[in-house]
Design a protein around this ligand. Structure first.
Ligand code: ZN
Length: 400
């Protein structure tokens, strides 16, 4: 056994259900807090499995970075939050966390058709809503879709607008037929759309993405043909504040802002190091160590997603939230939405149906930071001052 004296795993061990024999957690939040990054490092099966396909690092194996994990989980729970932006230097686990996040998403109904027709389209808008082929299939009782695991769609940095939103299918033009090709946004429907270095993308593309994300659908018109596509993806952006400037209009469009930094705690750093050694040695085995908890978290998340619409925000809590926003001189009206929807996700993740002060205060820093304009070069200094102001204010409100 690899010894692990710095951080005994016992504090992460939940009780075991006598019925199912699997660990029990009171809530999704508790599961993520307790399991994350903590497990017994085993030396069994350390031979490389020899698999060619990449096995990603499990979300629950990420040590520390609690705010990042919270924000990403909340984005899955409540799409109303409006996406998450991760800001931080390279090597702080941003893309590892985002890749691992797909493990927690439910399976999707994916269309078998070029036009993306789904049964739910017929159910909500009638047979007109799907293409003639699919209408015929539906009438015959043939399935229009298949179940598929949610996945990560990464937007390439050199993507053109045509790739992003779609465009005319040139192969079809030669057959005298006009047909539109689906873009990345439509392919990201029900999945996670990840944009690394979002600050380096052109405004035209960023606006198309942000609008499609906000609406959950978008329409394109090309050469007399038009099509509307679903774009209900979870938007996650990341950027390194050292590279390229921060555009306030981008910052404001993301519901939550998380600053990722290197781990400060020695024990955490050692734990993260052990995990990464073990993962590199045998990724598949390492993933299996988290399989059970990941399965529980996924089911738990699915339940929380169903419950989120029932969570109530009391007027008195909302008014306190608005007062905080006013005190910080934040103008954007998107702030209230992000703050309250994140507080609802926090409540739901803790199995509560009414938002409490604790829910509001827990999510406030990530919903409020970097909302004011006039950010300048000294990013981290600004950001630290900004956070301190938020925390001071929250402390005063909580104690006063
Ligand atoms: Zn179709």
């Amino acid at each position: 056994m690899m010894s692990n004296n710095l951080n005994p795993p016992s504090n992460g061990n939940p009780s075991i259900s006598p019925d199912t024999g699997i660990p029990e957690f009171r809530s999704l939040q508790e599961l993520i807090d307790k399991v994350s990054g903590k497990h017994v490092h085993s030396m069994d099966h350390n031979e490389d499995s020899g698999l060619a396909h990449p096995v990603h690092y499990p979300f629950l194996a990420i040590v520390g970075q609690y705010e990042m994990k919270m924000a990403l989980t909340f984005a899955l729970i409540n799409p109303q939050i409006g996406g998450v932006l991760l800001l931080g230097p390279r090597g702080t686990g941003k893309s590892t966390a985002i890749q691992g996040l797909t493990d927690l998403l439910p399976e999707n109904n994916v269309s078998r058709c070029f036009y993306g027709c789904l049964e739910e389209d017929v159910e909500s808008e009638g047979l007109e809503a799907v293409c003639p082929d699919c209408a015929e299939k539906y009438a015959k009782g043939v399935s229009l879709s298949t179940k598929e695991k949610a996945h990560l769609v990464e937007l390439p940095l050199n993507a053109k607008l045509e790739n992003v939103i779609g465009g005319l299918d040139k192969r079809q033009l030669s057959h005298n037929r006009m047909r539109l090709k689906r873009g990345i946004l439509s392919m990201a429907d029900q999945n996670i759309l990840y944009i690394d270095e979002i600050n380096l993308l052109g405004d035209e593309i960023i606006n198309a993405i942000l609008d499609a994300a906000a609406m959950g659908r978008y329409t394109i018109r090309r050469g007399g043909v038009s099509a509307t596509y679903k774009s209900r993806f979870i938007l996650i952006g990341s950027m390194n504040p050292d590279e390229g400037n921060l555009k306030p209009q981008i910052l404001d469009r993301f519901g939550l802002r998380v600053i990722t930094r290197g781990l400060k705690d020695d024990n955490d750093r050692y734990e993260a190091y052990l995990n990464s050694v073990q993962y590199r040695k045998n990724p598949l085995h390492f993933q299996q160590l988290y399989e059970q908890e990941t399965f529980i978290a996924k089911n738990e998340l699915e339940e929380v997603r169903r419950e989120i619409s029932k969570v109530d925000l009391p007027v008195e809590i909302a008014k306190i939230g608005i007062k905080i926003i006013q005190d910080l001189n934040i103008e954007s009206l998107r702030t209230e939405i992000a703050l309250f929807e994140a507080a609802k996700a926090h409540a739901a993740a803790n199995k509560n149906v009414v938002v409490s002060m604790a829910d509001l205060l827990s999510v406030a820093p990530m919903a409020l930071r970097l909302r004011s304009t006039n950010l300048n070069s000294s990013f981290f200094e600004q950001q630290a001052n900004n956070d301190k102001r938020i925390v001071d204010l929250l402390t005063r409100i909580n104690t006063g």
